[in-house]
Design a binder for this molecule. Structure first.
Ligand SMILES: NC(=O)c1ncn([C@@H]2O[C@H](COP(=O)(O)O)[C@@H](O)[C@H]2O)c1NC=O
Length: 506
């Protein structure tokens, strides 16, 4: 008779699984709570402690850690000496281990959980049994996921519980215990960048392809995610998000998080094509649209207020890939869902993520940095020019500064009255980015302000801006040749503000 050891925290379906196994000729061995559940359901099972000769001790910290069980799991059936040692010690082989673990992650997620409770929810005996069974996958089946019970039963019934099936189940065990340990390590680790950087993600969905159709891709989430994110957004309408959609939508969320007043951000290829802030969302959308009526076509739009009928009507006039908002009114949904190809995402924007790490794959490794959470305070600002910015200019400079932070470097943004007018993104020289922004703004550049993500190595950007009619500039400062730019500002009567903070985004 085969033997299965069942010890589960998540007791979903365990009675029916055990009962089916018993019917298929398995002798069941089980622990405390699991055993009770099985016996209450009328499933015959042997207590693990009857085999070990030890009652559970230390509040359950030790219940299955015993050679009578681990010997049965780990013995290599191909080795006579192992089988002899089992026989000498009156130990019966265990053929299947069904274990799932104390809920460490769920405990961490509880805001009220004490350190003591969290530590008690680190399972020791469970991973030991699972890892033992998975290591011995030549002969032993390891089942960690209740969703696999049916599949395992089918395999037994069809004589298909073979090595490849056991190997797949074993790999699942090691992925599971690795994630379990990664979460524990994350909880205990104080350093930002320890000697081993252990990350773990859970699959949200497979994607049809990556950035290009010949690339494979999938979307994963952090096991613990409470802040604003696409992984917790609800899709109200439209096709599955693509890889590029997710990248762009993620960039749009980062941008919209900068703004407190009603704002609309339109994104193309992870850069803002237009950002508008106004007293209501309707006007904010009009501004974002007018910023660049060409590029918004097929773009991704994020709003930080409820999308109502009026805004939806305007949005419905053009083709948008995605609209994101904290809420949509019923009539807005009715209008927008008339469009088959639009995707509507409801995103909780209450809490934004801080203190996160950004990971960028490089050949043979990964670069890790803290996210660009930096924002400027009035105290760190410096006003080096003869002309000082007016209050209205300061408002627009602050608006443009938030925008330029999210533009690919070298980045220049022109703005006026809380509307971007020109965005120069991803240029290999700064004056080139400025020329693009100025050209895009056209006549509207007159009286606008300019934001630059990094300092001016030369005064040429100031000169280009001045000739276009820019009246105020915000930039980090810190170049050896700052004075040249200051002189150029003074020559044209431009007010310049130094932030002492750079926002490179490569
Ligand atoms: N310490 C041990 O020897 C031990 N053996 C099994 N467990 C865990 O105890 C749980 C099941 O306990 P029960 O059957 O009493 O509800 C499972 O999550 C299992 O992983 C153990 N607990 C924790 O470390």
């Amino acid at each position: 008779m085969k033997r299965v050891l069942i010890s589960v925290y998540d007791k979903r379906y365990v009675e029916s699984f055990a009962s089916e196994l018993a019917g298929l000729g398995y002798e069941i061995v089980s622990t405390g709570g699991t055993l009770k559940k099985l016996r209450d359901a009328g499933v015959d099972a042997t207590a693990a402690e009857d085999l070990t000769g030890f009652a559970e001790m230390l509040d359950g910290r030790v219940k299955t850690l015993h050679p009578a069980l681990h010997g049965g799991i780990l013995a290599d059936r191909g080795k006579d000496v192992h089988l002899r040692q089992l026989a000498d010690n009156d130990i019966k082989p265990v053929d299947m281990v069904v274990v799932n673990l104390y809920p460490f992650k769920q405990t961490l997620d509880q805001p009220s959980a004490t350190e003591e409770t969290i530590i008690e929810n680190i399972d020791i005996g469970g991973p030991a049994m699972l890892r033992a069974a998975a290591k011995n996958m030549n002969d032993v089946t390891a089942v960690v996921d209740p969703d696999d019970y049916e599949d395992v039963l089918d395999a037994i019934r069809n004589n298909a519980l073979d090595r490849s099936k056991r190997k797949a189940l074993a790999a699942k065990v090691f992925r599971h215990t690795a994630q379990y340990d990664a979460l524990i390590a994350g909880y205990m680790t104080e350093e930002a960048f320890p000697e081993n950087y252990t990350v773990t993600y859970e699959k949200v969905q497979s994607l049809r392809y990556g950035e290009n159709p010949h690339q494979q891709a999938a979307f994963y989430k952090k096991p613990q995610q409470t802040a604003m994110s696409l992984t917790s957004a609800s899709q109200l309408h439209g096709k599955q998000l693509s890889y590029n959609n997710i990248q762009d939508a993620n960039a749009a969320l980062a941008m919209i998080a900068e703004y407190d007043y009603p704002t609309v951000v339109a994104v193309k290829h992870m850069n803002p094509s237009g950002i508008g802030e106004a007293a209501d969302l309707n006007d904010a959308f009009a501004k974002a649209y007018d910023s660049d009526p060409v590029s918004i076509f097929g773009g991704i739009v994020a709003c930080n207020r409820t999308v109502d009928k009026d805004v939806a009507k305007k949005m419905g006039e053009i083709f948008l890939e995605i609209v994101m908002a904290p809420q949509f009114t019923e009539d807005a949904i009715a209008i927008l869902t008339e469009k088959k190809n639009i995707r509507l995402l409801k995103v909780d924007m209450q809490q934004t993520e801080t203190g996160s790490h950004e990971l960028t794959a490089v050949h043979g490794g990964v670069l890790i940095q803290s996210g660009d959470d930096g924002s400027i305070s009035d105290k760190q600002l410096d006003y080096p020019t003869e002309k000082q910015p007016t209050e209205a200019q300061m408002t627009d400079l602050a608006f443009a500064w938030k925008a330029v932070k999210h533009v690919k470097s070298n980045a220049i943004v022109l703005a006026k009255e809380k509307q971007t007018l020109g965005v120069g993104a991803g240029q290999m020289n700064r004056v080139g980015a400025a020329e693009i922004a100025v050209t895009q703004a056209g006549d509207k550049a007159k009286g606008s302000v300019l934001a630059s993500d990094a300092f001016f190595p030369m005064p040429d950007t100031v000169e280009a801006a001045a000739k276009a009619g820019v009246t105020a500039i915000i930039q980090p400062g810190g170049s050896k040749r700052d004075q040249d730019s200051i002189d150029m500002c003074n020559q044209y009567g431009i007010a310049m503000v130094f932030t002492s903070m750079r926002h490179f985004k490569h």
